[in-house]
Ligand binder design. Structure first.
Ligand SMILES: [Zn+2]
Length: 117
């Protein structure tokens, strides 16, 4: 998995948003910069109160070690569906549990706080 700060967001069919990285960066396994486009996959990203957006992220293959890596924009968290901003708002106390109507659930929010993200 490669996280990038430099990307463009483009409209995609079905209301999805394409994440188009300016460059592929380097392989997180072996450091090689020769990465080839492989394919793309869908990935959802949720905000507080279940505003869910669907993104198209691309996968690249490392020519040297053969590793497959998704290129994610920096507002996504590598594991977990909620955005960096959603987690930050809860952990920092900007959003209080009582204000959240439905999602994320209280268990999820306290897990974020305890992990001290
Ligand atoms: Zn590699």
């Amino acid at each position: 998995m490669i996280i990038t700060k430099n990307y463009r967001l483009c409209e995609w069919s079905g209301g999805a948003i394409m994440v188009e990285p300016e460059s592929y960066g380097r392989c997180p396994v072996c450091g090689n910069t020769n990465l080839k486009y492989r394919d793309y996959c869908r990935r959802i990203c949720r905000e507080i109160d279940d505003v869910t957006k669907c993104y198209i992220v691309i996968r690249v293959k490392c020519v040297r070690c053969g590793g497959l890596h998704r290129i994610l924009p920096d507002f996504m968290r590598p594991y977990g569906q909620y955005s960096e901003k959603a987690v930050h708002d809860v952990v920092s106390g900007r959003v209080h549990a009582e204000e959240v109507i439905e999602y994320p659930c209280n268990i999820t929010m306290s897990r974020w706080k305890n992990k001290n993200h």
